[in-house]
Ligand binder design. Structure first.
Ligand code: NAD
Length: 393
């Protein structure tokens, strides 16, 4: 191990912890020593560590002590305490999306269906402030793990905006599929919301990022979100929903559809759709309409490959694409899904930022603005979609 080796640790041993590890193994420009993992269930963390030849830590504090960088791959309700502990110890933290949020008042009868959204906005804003203050007081930094920012299609569009001097006039985008797998998702006190929070943040952050790029290209700071209108629905929990078994239905107190209309301070806007109600695999895209061009960024699916398979069972042990319902007939296999989603580009960029002390493209301000929009959107849903100002820090 050389002096310049960056020691890193992962908190969480679930889905995100797995793809972070894979992406870490593809960081090529820096030496990264993946030291170990902590997650609360001993059996899970031991299995995760054993499979990868890592050390299993029984306390998060010990892992923080041992590393330079901590990956926060845990349910959203735990992002703030884990990240703040690491920042206080002078470590840099890679925080998975969503940045932070409001997870209830701690009472056993808290319900995501009925709480006052104004209170949620206030609490989420306070959490954002605590995270940003912890970062300001730390020798470490926050790297906000929004992989869409690093997805090759989004970065190609950044280049187009920068080199052609575009004004981005309006955008629309979506993240949707047939339902999240995580057991924590669907319970507001763990996830901090439903589709808008869990899925909408991806295209939303990408849209905010485009206006950040445009602002920077014009020699000023990011063009920030100003106001939001939103609608939310809970279709799979509604009494009239007829379940045919193709969509997940086990949500406790969250929305399964959301539409967010964000207006930026320069009067331009973005519309974001998020849902658990879409079949046929993950549907992730952002369309950018500028004054000089139009781009459609297809994160998933895309047509790098199209395959016709007459019999589903032939592809039994072939991974085709995330959350596809069937492998029979025509499909769009992703030859390297993690590449299209930007996971390895994100990790490579983050470790360069850490080594060089440079600010990440996806920083705490982008994470903060995203969450401010999300919780202002929830206030708007409570007011039948009327416009709500986004509180900016
Ligand atoms: N960028 C992406 O494409 C993407 C995809 C999936 C999930 N995520 C994000 O990653 C995060 C984790 O989601 P997931 O799908 O991996 O969930 P998961 O349920 O698969 O795993 C969560 C892990 O966190 C651990 N954990 C729970 N409470 C903890 C605590 N207090 N301290 C430490 N560890 C704790 C659990 O034991 C588990 O190992 C979420 O914020 C989610 O939104 C991002």
């Amino acid at each position: 191990m050389s002096d310049s080796t960056i020691r890193t640790g992962i908190v969480g041993s679930g889905f995100a912890a797995r793809f972070h590890y894979e992406a870490l193994r593809q960081v090529y420009s820096r030496d990264v020593d993946i030291l170990g993992v902590y997650s609360p269930t001993a059996e899970n963390r031991t299995a995760y560590a054993r499979e990868r030849g890592l050390r299993s830590f029984s306390a998060v504090e010990e892992l923080i002590e041992a590393v330079d960088v901590l990956h926060v791959c845990t349910p959203p309700a735990t992002h703030e305490p884990v990240a703040v502990a690491a920042l206080r110890a002078g470590r840099s933290v890679i925080i998975e999306k969503p940045f932070t949020g409001y997870f209830g008042d701690g009472s056993p009868d808290f319900s995501g269906d009925t709480f006052d959204r104004e209170q949620g906005l206030e609490a989420a804003t306070a959490s954002i402030r605590r995270l940003r203050e912890a970062e300001a007081d730390s020798s470490g930094m926050i790297l906000y793990a929004e992989n869409w920012v690093y997805a090759p299609a989004i970065q190609k569009e950044r280049e187009i905006i920068e080199k052609t001097g575009s004004q981005v006039i309006w955008m629309h985008g979506e993240e949707a599929h047939s339902g999240s797998h995580s057991q924590y998702y669907g319970i507001w006190s763990h996830s901090g919301g439903g589709s808008i929070m869990g899925k909408g943040v991806h295209p939303l952050t990408a849209a905010l990022y485009m206006k950040k790029v445009e602002g920077r290209m014009r020699g000023r700071g990011p063009i920030r979100p100003k106001a939001v209108n939103a609608q939310a629905h809970a279709i799979t929990r509604s009494p009239g929903y007829e379940d045919k078994g193709f969509l997940r239905t086990s949500y406790t107190d969250i929305e399964d559809f959301g539409h967010v209309h964000v207006t930026f301070e320069d009067g331009t806007f973005a519309d974001v759709f998020a849902s658990e109600l879409v079949q046929g695999g993950v549907h992730n895209w952002l369309e950018v309409n500028a004054n000089n061009h139009r781009t459609i960024c297809n994160i998933n699916p895309n047509t790098a490959m199209q395959t016709y398979n007459p019999v589903d069972s032939q592809f039994g042990d072939i991974y085709v694409v995330e959350k596809t319902g069937t492998k029979q007939g025509w499909s769009f296999p992703s030859p390297d899904e993690d590449w299209f989603t930007g996971y390895q580009h994100e990790m490579e960029a983050f470790y360069r930022n850490v080594a060089e002390g440079t600010p990440p493209e996806s920083d705490s301000l982008l994470g903060a603005d995203t969450i401010a929009v999300v919780y202002a959107a929830y206030v708007s849903t409570q007011r039948d979609g009327s416009a709500v100002d986004v509180p900016l820090l």
